[in-house]
Design a protein around this ligand. Structure first.
Ligand code: FNU
Length: 239
């Protein structure tokens, strides 16, 4: 199974930043979040948009609704990022991460607030990439995350995670985190439906946008994905 990869060129110009998948360099900078509960609906979107994105992200609604087999099936269409926000004791974390990779995941999203030992367990179990949530996109994240975010980013960097997750709704924080994490990947969810602007997130240092409902709930998901890609390309031109 191919996976998200560290890129030597991570800090070069906008477009050279990319995920690598096999020998094919892909640079859409778009991860599509499939938050449907119905597996066939998610697969239908995945089949139609696999050429328009770098990876698919699955979350609990889909695996609880359709079973973990959906990860194997989606992996036939592209890299799959399991957004399980793993946040438990090391032993349990290890089992969760192993299971995700057993099913063909390319990467797993984990929480960092459970501490170094819990994150280390995830990293040791990983057969692909681990992304640490540093600052969430929703308004309620204002309560606890800001005081911990920089420390979480530092831990992700020093422990060897592949990247971090920072809400696209918080572009200034993306810029701050970019300085802390250097060439780690920054994934930014919260674009569109949650109010985040694709260009702002990218200009402040995000590598990839995670976009769900703006694409999956659109009358024409393919057209919606193309619209997001156009916004991404416009942001690239203005850098
Ligand atoms: P959409 N997501 C998020 N904010 O939205 N993993 C975070 O801070 C975070 C996430 C996920 O709003 C969310 O669970 F850490 O429809 C959902 O799957 O575009 C997706 O990103 C956003 O979906």
């Amino acid at each position: 199974m191919q996976s998200f990869s560290h890129r030597a060129d991570a800090h070069e110009a906008f477009f050279p930043r990319r995920l690598l998948r096999g020998n094919v360099k892909r640079a859409h900078r778009l991860v599509i979040a499939l938050d449907q509960r119905n597996g066939e609906e998610a697969l239908s979107v995945a089949r139609r948009t696999s050429d328009l994105c770098d990876a698919f992200k699955v979350n609990y609604p889909l695996v609880l609704g359709a079973g973990m087999g959906i990860v194997d099936r989606l992996a036939e269409h592209g890299d799959v990022l399991c957004d399980f926000k793993v946040a438990d004791i090391p032993h349990t974390n290890r089992l969760i991460v192993e299971t995700a990779f057993d099913h063909g995941a390319a990467g797993v999203v984990v929480h960092g607030f459970t501490g170094e030992d819990s994150l280390e367990a995830c990293l040791q179990a990983a057969r692909g990439d681990i992304f640490v949530v540093v600052l969430m996109s929703h308004p309620g994240a204002d309560r606890f995350f800001p005081s911990a975010a920089e420390e979480l980013a530092t831990m992700a960097k020093t422990k060897g995670a592949s990247g971090i997750v920072v809400g696209a709704t918080r572009p200034e924080a993306i810029a701050t985190m970019r300085v802390i994490v250097g060439d780690l990947l920054i994934l930014a969810p919260g674009v569109g439906t949650q109010g985040g602007d694709p260009g702002e997130a990218l200009r402040h240092g995000a590598d990839f946008l995670i976009v769900g409902r703006t694409i999956t709930a659109a009358p024409d998901p393919v057209q919606a994905a193309k619209d997001v890609l156009r916004a991404i390309n416009r942001a690239g031109e203005s850098l």
